[in-house]
Design a protein around this ligand. Structure first.
Ligand SMILES: *[C@@H]1O[C@H](CO)[C@@H](O)[C@H](O)[C@H]1NC(C)=O
Ligand SMILES: *[C@@H]1O[C@H](CO)[C@@H](O)[C@H](O)[C@H]1NC(C)=O
Ligand SMILES: *[C@@H]1O[C@H](CO)[C@@H](O)[C@H](O)[C@H]1NC(C)=O
Ligand SMILES: *[C@@H]1O[C@H](CO)[C@@H](O)[C@H](O)[C@H]1NC(C)=O
Ligand SMILES: *[C@@H]1O[C@H](CO)[C@@H](O)[C@H](O)[C@H]1NC(C)=O
Length: 507
């Protein structure tokens, strides 16, 4: 009996020891969480470095409430698109957002409270920009005098990638005695006052015009020009100070700047997509997606209705042999016999443009299928035609998506779904007049964000791109400041590193 009692006592002791162990372990793990949380605001913890990061992130969000996740994006969106009204509707903001908006305030400089990005632009020799348009300098300036004549950009499909031209014109126009419009970006002559350093190279035009190799040459003129550019830019004081991190360069044609980008990648690129870029050279965090200039005329005074657009689904485009081409071909077989569906192959050229305009103006939905690269001009043609885009391109990145909700005026379909029989037709037929009309209205509102023109107009593509650049400035500054962490001590010790400036030299 006593023996039994003793053994049960032993069991009990072991049980309670075990409980104690569990309790202390739990406390220990909990305290670990709290120590981590108290090392700073949750946003400063690099979740990637910690085990169980998803769990931590969940806990963070649970504790810090809804403020951080829900409010930030729309408020940023409104502030940035509606430049004029920026002070009017500032919803309650989290501390992180406050920081961001404070940084944004540095960007402003106009007295009327408008956002003006300060741009330092290199006076590159004319062969890099307007010389490619067969313009020749008169006198000493490397720039055309916009008050006498604005050099024209070659028409046709070249225009799709003419973003470099419109941005450069806009910066030049900011120096005119009476600038012709609201300024989103202004040129400054002192680079230490600039938010960004612009390299005005017409890279897409250089690719379009000079990528053929002449018989006696080893390299095309396009590549030679890029070599020259890299040499020029990397020799500049501004580049040396920042290692290029605060530079901006346009490479909108997917094949443009193929050589230069390997040296110039610390800069921010303005691109059509990331299709041909390794992620360390270009990515959404660092770079900016700009729209193509649409080749189809915009539908002015569009009084069409759901019923006056008889074609349900419209696609006209080139067929490619690569991955994207496979999807196009499969879709063609799926859709070719459908009633109300227009699906033809052929590039949009010359008289094709007129036909395509007509086609898109009389269709409810326009298909955008990934081609050689995830983006295509078709999307912007569809927007200009107020034909609701149906986007089948899983890796597409869209212009200004940080401030614009594309689901309000586009339908997105995953490629694997689009390839299911009847899926696309069912989906588009299921969208009724009310829903369609709402999207059509929104298309008319956003259309101006995709218009390139000189002089630029308020809220057009040129100004939207400058605003997108302005939104990158705080991150660029942070990157620059971080890159200088060790520079001071090393400059003192090693003469060899003295080209790294002390922080006060720049910004
Ligand atoms: C801007 O805010 C208004 C209301 O404050 C809202 O209706 C609108 O959708 C917002 N626009 C964007 C682009 O977030
Ligand atoms: C450029 O700006 C910086 C800082 O504002 C100033 O110290 C410097 O003197 C300026 N340089 C010239 C050439 O005006
Ligand atoms: C569109 O409508 C406006 C005002 O009704 C008119 O002045 C303009 O000429 C029209 N544009 C076209 C291209 O029809
Ligand atoms: C499409 O609709 C038809 C008829 O309503 C239906 O039988 C079919 O299952 C649908 N297919 C898909 C992929 O939704
Ligand atoms: C970087 O340093 C400058 C001072 O040189 C400071 O004004 C700026 O706010 C810093 N930027 C960030 C993002 O901390």
């Amino acid at each position: 009996m006593a023996e039994r009692h003793a053994s049960s006592l032993a069991v009990n002791t072991r049980k309670s020891l075990f409980c104690l162990f569990i309790l202390t372990s739990t406390l220990f793990i909990l305290s670990w969480f709290f120590v981590l949380r108290s090392t700073g605001s949750p946003h400063f913890i690099d979740h990637k470095l910690l085990p169980n990061s998803k769990l931590l992130a969940m806990i963070d969000n649970g504790i810090s409430g809804s403020e951080s996740q829900n409010d930030v994006e729309p408020s940023v969106g409104n502030r940035s698109i509606l430049v004029d009204k920026e002070e009017e509707e500032k919803p309650t903001i989290s501390s992180q957002d406050k920081e961001a908006s404070q940084a944004n305030n540095d960007v402003k400089c106009n007295t009327n409270g408008k956002l003006a990005l300060k741009v330092f632009m290199y006076d590159l020799p004319h062969e890099f920009h307007f010389g490619l348009l067969d313009w020749k300098p008169q006198g000493r300036s490397v720039w055309p005098d916009l008050q006498t004549k604005v050099p024209a950009y070659p028409g046709g499909l070249n225009l799709q990638h003419s973003i470099e031209y419109w941005l450069t014109l806009d910066i030049l126009a900011s120096e005119l005695p009476n600038p012709p419009n609201v300024r989103t970006a202004i040129r400054v002559q002192n680079s230490s006052e600039a938010d960004i350093i612009f390299i005005p190279f017409f890279s897409s035009l250089s690719y379009n015009r000079f990528s053929k190799i002449n018989p006696h040459q080893k390299k095309s003129n396009n590549r030679l020009l890029q070599d020259k550019l890299v040499k020029y830019v990397t020799a500049q004081q501004e580049w040396k100070i920042s290692g290029g991190r605060d530079h901006l360069i346009v490479a909108h044609h997917p094949n443009s700047l193929l050589d230069g980008r390997m040296k110039l990648w610390p800069a921010t690129f303005i691109l059509s997509d990331f299709g041909r870029y390794p992620p360390n050279i270009a990515n959404v965090e660092k770079d900016i997606i700009a729209p193509y200039k649409h080749v189809i005329k915009s539908y002015v005074n569009d009084s069409s209705t759901f019923d006056s657009r008889p074609t349900l689904l419209y696609f006209q485009g080139a067929i490619y042999r690569k991955d994207g081409g496979f999807v196009r071909q499969e879709l063609f077989y799926l859709l070719q016999d459908e009633k109300d569906v227009h699906f033809t192959f052929g590039s949009v050229q010359k008289d094709g443009i007129k036909k395509a305009s007509q086609g898109m103006h009389t269709s409810k939905f326009c298909l955008n299928i990934a081609g050689d690269t995830p983006s295509s001009n078709r999307l912007f043609d569809a927007i200009a035609s107020h034909c609701v885009p149906v986007i089948i391109s899983d890796d597409i990145e869209l212009p200004y998506e940080d401030v614009l909700d594309y689901s309000e005026f586009c339908i997105f379909v995953r490629t694997r779904d689009a390839l299911k029989k009847n899926f696309l037709v069912n989906l588009t037929r299921s969208i009724g007049m009310d829903e369609w009309t709402q999207m059509w209205r929104r298309l008319q509102e956003v259309q101006k964000f995709y218009e390139f023109q000189y002089p630029s107009k308020e809220g057009d593509a040129v100004q939207m791109i400058w605003q997108a650049v302005a939104r990158k400035v705080p991150a660029i500054r942070m990157k620059l400041n971080k890159s200088r962490r060790f520079s001071r001590s090393y400059v003192r010790k090693e003469k060899g590193l003295s080209r790294i400036p002390s922080p006060s030299n720049f910004w």
